[in-house]
Design a protein around this ligand. Structure first.
Ligand code: ARG
Length: 463
């Protein structure tokens, strides 16, 4: 450290070593080296078009940048602490390799538009990776639902047994959440997809740079519209992390259910040995640590969102060094979401669903009490009254330690003479489901229709 900085012209003293260490971002922004090199190659092309570089000069710079990329990939160029950030490290190496010509590359460019470009390229790439992982998880849920179409279980509200539902309906609820997550991420891409290069430090480049050509070279559909906004905008980072936070919220809800279902108390499923961990003390334990960690890591992503929102709060235009603090929350979010999505799919695929336990759980707990009320409605009783009658029947059963299925016809008729023998079919979980045929409802027929639609959606999703 302590060597001459590219910006040292107006300084009389070298940086204090503490300041060098405190301000350096190379330790984490080295992750952006691919993006930085891609951006620099495009910059060289723009300078060629603007008449700043000859064709040969541009080719030489381009070749050297590609070599530097290889050097970094193979670890031959170590990105130590002797440069401030990845942008300077690459430029420094370029000048080492090709001399003064390397010093032409930064013409009309600032690290402010450079870092904005790198981040946009990075988020575009990682969004496609995340979308692919979400697609896999959606497919896993679809397949599990299809395979278990005949499995019935209690659905819950307030974590109290409420009404019987197909396990498929429960699983496909998560499909819908993840579908919205993909939609949100795709929508966010529209705003990431603007090319900031040419914005300079804040006021735009003074050279005749064809920014649209730059956008084309780098695969952006348009260019940013205001140089001051372009270098100080991190909305796209905030938006991206916030969508990732919602993904994690969904995964943590799913994992919470898996944790519950794997307990002795629920006993609805068993995790595969390869997705469970043991206890160092208690030999009998089989713990759902993977699901717990996904639930726990959700907290990190929420933290990252609050961190970036807080960094950006009240920053005056345009670039401020505070903004260097955008990277670690972003990188951590990407790692956490990708890691979590990757592990949840195979965990679900390998878990053993205890079909009999699920069905058995629908037998008790008066899950068809609503169906009794609905039955009376069909006989002309107003719902508020039928609800009350059904409630009294449940109370009667609780007093006598009986289930609805154990009542005799004369017992039923004591509550309403309108009740007939056909009530017996109404109060089975299968009978209850059968009648729920509104679009999106839980009858097996309706769930099959959902599955067909989902199959089409999954096929159509181009990633
Ligand atoms: N390392 C800096 C960051 O990540 C790059 C931009 C620095 N720009 C500047 N004018 N100091 O934000």
């Amino acid at each position: 450290m302590g060597k001459r900085k590219p910006w040292a012209g107006r300084f009389k003293k070298a940086l204090h070593p503490l300041v060098e260490e405190f301000t350096a971002s190379i330790g984490f922004d080295k992750r952006l080296f691919h993006q930085d090199i891609r951006g620099s190659i495009a910059q060289a092309h723009l300078l060629e078009r603007a008449g700043i570089l000859t064709k040969r000069e541009r080719a030489r710079i381009e070749r050297a940048l590609k070599e530097i990329e290889k050097e970094i990939e193979t670890g031959r160029l170590s990105l130590g602490t002797d440069t401030e950030d990845i942008h300077m490290a690459i430029e420094k190496r370029l000048i080492e390799k090709i001399g003064l010509l390397g010093g032409k590359l930064h013409t009309g460019r600032s690290r402010n538009d450079q870092v904005a470009l790198d981040l946009r390229l990075y988020i575009k790439e990682e969004t496609s990776n995340i979308l692919r992982l979400i697609h896999t998880l959606k497919t896993t849920l679809y397949e599990l639902a299809r395979k278990n179409i005949d499995v019935i279980m209690p659905g819950y509200t307030h974590l109290q047994r409420a009404q019987a539902v197909p396990l498929a309906q429960h699983l496909l609820a998560y499909y819908e959440m993840l579908k919205r997550d993909s939609q949100r991420l795709k929508d966010c891409l529209k705003r990431v997809d603007s090319m900031p290069l040419g914005s300079g430090a804040l006021a735009g480049t003074a050279f005749d740079v064809d920014r649209h050509y730059g956008a084309e070279l780098l695969g952006f559909s348009t260019v940013t519209e205001n140089s001051m906004d372009a270098v100080s905008d991190r909305d796209f980072v905030i938006e991206f992390i916030s969508h990732c936070a919602v993904v994690m919220m969904h995964l943590s809800r799913m994992c919470e259910e898996i944790i519950l279902w794997a307990t002795e108390e629920f006993g609805f499923m068993e995790l595969d040995d390869s997705f469970s961990t043991g206890s160092s003390l208690m030999p009998q334990k089989k713990n759902p640590d993977v699901a717990e960690l996904v639930r726990g890591k959700t907290g990190r992503v929420y933290g990252n969102l609050v961190a970036i929102l807080t960094v950006m709060k009240a920053l005056p235009l345009t670039y401020n060094r505070d903004m260097q603090e955008d990277k670690e929350p972003l990188f951590d979010t990407v790692d956490t979401v990708k890691g979590s999505l990757s592990v949840v799919s195979p965990m679900l695929r390998t878990m053993k669903i205890k079909k009999d336990a699920l069905l058995e759980a629908t037998r008790g707990g008066f899950l068809t009490a609503t169906d009794v009320a609905d039955y009376l409605v069909m006989k002309g009783v107003p719902f508020r009254e039928s609800h009350h009658i059904a409630g009294s029947i449940v109370a009667h059963c609780i007093d006598r330690g009986k289930e609805l299925t154990e009542l005799s016809l004369s017992e039923w008729q004591r509550f309403s003479p309108l009740i007939e023998e056909d009530i017996k079919k109404v109060i089975t979980p299968e009978g209850s489901l059968e009648r729920r045929r509104a679009p999106g409802a839980a009858s097996i027929r309706e769930v099959r229709r959902q599955l067909k639609r989902i199959e089409r959606e999954l096929k159509k999703e181009s990633l």
